[in-house]
Design a protein around this ligand. Structure first.
Ligand code: AMP
Ligand code: GLY
Length: 426
């Protein structure tokens, strides 16, 4: 069978890489893909991003099903369109994707259904927002309502920063329509984890837990990014916490959407904040897999992933059991010069070490220029190491990182540090 993965990041490379491992999968198209998916002979890049043209392509090539990676085509209605044309696709409809595409929708939904999250108010009037900030005090969190490619959240530690964020979004319109409304919410302290599940409209299948590292610099300093590294499993997600998150957050979300007449299908990602007492709250929902979380998660997944998608599309996820490599997978993102502000493109990348049983490199912002691998985006590569302990997985990942270079390459040296300090040294 032939499959189609929509997107061009490390998440899509990892999904396509995993799907292509199944013997019955002949070819995985990736649209538009990147330099890494171009080089893998089991994958083929397709230079299409328009959702109508993607549907034409899937029909013409008799693609068995399509998996959508990023939020933008989901929010644009790619799943609605594919379904209306009788094409099999895994992802949420445009309506369901509002859980990610509108923070106000997500917060109001959580409030209606008693799903734990930070207290909040929504504003479109700058003066009212400023007054609310003065009444609440700092720290406080300002979020653009719409999709802002990772730039829409300001965790303000001072009142000045909070007021400036409101001015940036509401007065100066720096984020356009996405920032025309803002959610202002209570600051939550604790440790974050990514909780990602597959949903078929009714049944939920949890993937392995993971933890991202959003800040650019070691020790969680510097600006927020799309994610500088991730590992799976995340030891903070104990079996007890897992059960609680399913019961208090994931299942009420899926059933709440159904009650409101919006069947949720697709990946559902709850970004969690877990406080010192171990209580989880929902920071955000994403209607897709995480990037870079997908890279270590896919590195650990065993078996034929294409069959899991078939069940997800048929509504029989309740019959599926996933099997995971018991090792920890840890991925380090190699970012371009000046990421995340204005990443430089066009830097030549050195030879990438070949995949081994315990190390694999997924591409994101890479492209082939005259057959040579070149940077083409902010997050360039994600190097994943697998080993029995977090510390060893770290060593393997960084050994591979040390074999790769490009001008301006920047990365964090401490991916997995929370898990290392949590676990007894072994
Ligand atoms: P989001 O895009 O909503 O995930 O927010 C980006 C990042 O901002 C999160 O990963 C957290 O690190 C931080 N953040 C978001 N909301 C809050 C909150 N209410 N309290 C503390 N940190 C937050
Ligand atoms: N790694 C965070 C995200 O995908 O939103």
């Amino acid at each position: 069978m032939k499959l189609l993965v929509v997107g061009s990041g490390g998440r899509e490379h990892a999904l396509a890489w995993k799907l292509a491992q199944a013997p019955r999968v002949q070819l995985v198209y990736v649209a538009p893909g990147n330099g890494g998916t171009a080089q893998d002979e089991r994958l083929a890049n397709v230079d299409i991003t328009d959702i109508g043209e993607l549907a034409d392509f899937a029909e013409r090539e008799q693609v068995a099903f399509t998996v959508v990676g990023p939020e933008a085509p989901l929010a644009a209605g790619i799943v609605n369109l594919f379904r209306s044309r009788g094409l099999k696709v895994f992802g949420p409809t445009k309506e369901a994707a509002q859980l990610e595409s509108s923070k106000d929708f997500a917060k109001a939904f959580m409030k209606r259904h008693g799903i734990p999250t930070a207290a909040y108010e929504t504003f479109s009037d700058a003066a009212a927002a400023h007054a609310y900030i003065d009444a609440q005090g700092a720290p406080i969190v300002i979020k653009a309502d719409g999709l802002a490619a990772g730039k829409g959240v300001v965790v303000a530690t001072t009142l000045e920063e909070a007021h400036a964020a409101v001015d940036m979004m509401l007065a100066d319109n720096k984020l356009g329509d996405a920032g025309a409304r803002v959610v202002i919410e209570e600051f939550l302290a604790g440790e974050e984890a990514s909780f990602i599940v597959m949903v078929d409209g009714k049944h939920v299948l949890a993937l392995a837990s993971s933890q991202d590292h959003k800040r650019l610099l070691d020790g969680d300093r510097g600006p927020n990014t799309g994610g500088m590294g991730a590992y799976s499993p995340a030891p903070i997600v104990t079996p007890q916490l897992h059960a609680r998150v399913m019961r208090e957050i994931i299942l009420p979300t899926v059933s709440g959407m159904e009650k409101e007449g919006i069947r949720y299908t697709g990946f559902l990602y709850a970004g969690l904040m877990i406080d010192a007492q171990g209580n989880p709250k929902t920071l955000e929902f994403n209607c897709r897999m995480g990037d870079p979380e997908t890279q270590p998660i896919m590195a650990r997944l065993k078996g034929d992933f294409s069959k899991v998608f078939e069940h997800a599309i048929a509504g029989t996820l309740n019959t599926v059991e996933l099997e995971w490599d018991r090792r920890t997978a840890l991925g380090v993102v190699l970012a371009a010069h000046n990421y995340p502000d204005a990443p430089r493109k066009g830097d030549r990348i050195s030879e990438i070490p070949a995949e081994t049983a315990d190390a694999v490199t997924f591409h994101a912002g890479t492209t082939l220029v005259d057959g040579k691998l070149t940077t083409s985006g902010g997050r360039v590569l994600c190097v994943v190491g697998l080993a029995d302990s977090v510390r060893s997985a770290q060593s393997i990942a960084y050994e591979t990182v040390n074999q790769i270079s490009f001008d301006g390459m920047q990365y964090r040296h401490d991916i997995g540090y929370r898990a290392v300090s949590r676990k007894q040294p072994n």
